[in-house]
Design a protein around this ligand. Structure first.
Ligand code: BG6
Length: 287
């Protein structure tokens, strides 16, 4: 961008030499790649809040395994065509900087093109606001710019550092309707208790209440996640067997992170009428 950026926002290159923005605010330092509008890291006085895989790759058109990749317009594998990219294409697209204001806050944007329409026949505009004030705040707005309605799924696929996944717990999902989609899951668990990781975990919770807490005693920290406009939460850890099948991962990487994804998926996917828009907002605090 030719014009000067507000204080607290700088153009940088990420580890793969890709265009990225550095935001420095009260909540710490946040790096954001234009590839996928992916938050790559967030560092505060406690260290790295977000987790990245040991063998992370920074490639054009590909998400890094870590930070906060975006999921849109479908979650997981495409229902009809397994050759289409898992978790949709938003995380592979090149986004542009639409606005940068003091705060610091940036707004990244992307719209449909020939390639997205070949995978998903709709016109849309996505905007991602990233603000680093007393907390990290992320807002994903999906606008249907088409003349007919569209159905889509979305998620902020947040990878969080936990130090030791065996000792961490997720609070606020107790008693909610849940589907476990792991291939080798824990066989039975207490649904009224905070979530603990004891096996591969890949749970889709619906009708979520909007406030969650991750306790990570190995790092002596608590992470609070507050959402607006998100009906679903996915909690994921691949455990050791699935880790071996995933890109960018070292064999023991699964022990140091979990994903808590703020989302609208499956039976809570979004239907947007022509011209309609929806915003999913996530505020993360780490103490
Ligand atoms: C989670 C899914 O959201 O993302 C898991 O629930 C999946 O099933 C994981 O393995 C990682 O997906 P990907 O495509 O980034 O490897």
């Amino acid at each position: 961008m030719a014009t000067a950026l507000p204080i607290g926002i700088t153009w940088i290159k990420d580890r793969g030499g890709r265009a990225a923005l550095l935001l420095v605010g009260a909540a710490g330092e946040v790096g954001v790649s234009l590839c996928g509008a992916q938050v790559l890291w967030w560092r505060n006085h406690l260290g790295e809040v977000l987790w990245s895989a040991t063998n992370s790759e920074y490639l054009t058109g590909k998400p890094v395994r870590g930070g906060i990749p975006l999921v849109f317009p479908w979650f997981g594998d495409h229902a009809a065509d397994p050759k289409l990219p898992a978790h949709g294409f938003a995380r592979n697209l090149e986004w542009r900087l639409a606005r940068a204001v003091a705060g610091p806050e940036v707004v990244l944007e992307v719209t449909d093109d020939v390639s997205t329409r070949s995978m998903w026949p709709h016109s849309f505009r996505l905007q991602l606001v990233i603000a680093v004030a007393e907390a990290l705040r992320i807002e994903l707005t999906i606008q249907n710019t088409d003349t007919r309605s569209m159905r889509c799924e979305e998620a902020l696929h947040t990878y969080l550092s936990v130090g030791d996944v065996h000792s961490c717990s997720v609070h606020g999902l107790e008693g909610l309707p849940v589907t476990e989609q792991a291939t080798a899951p824990e066989t039975a668990w207490d649904r009224s208790a905070p979530l603990r990781f004891r096996a591969e975990t890949d749970r889709v919770f619906q009708g979520v209440r909007g406030h969650l807490e991750l306790r990570a005693p190995a790092l002596q920290r608590r992470v609070e996640l507050d959402t607006e406009g998100a009906n679903s939460t996915i909690v994921w850890n691949p455990w050791h067997a699935k880790t071996a099948r995933l890109s960018q991962m070292a064999a023991d990487d699964w022990q140091r992170f979990c994903c808590i994804e703020s989302a609208n998926v499956r039976e809570r996917s979004l239907t947007l009428a022509a011209g309609q828009q929806h915003t999913l907002a996530l505020t993360i605090r780490c103490r």
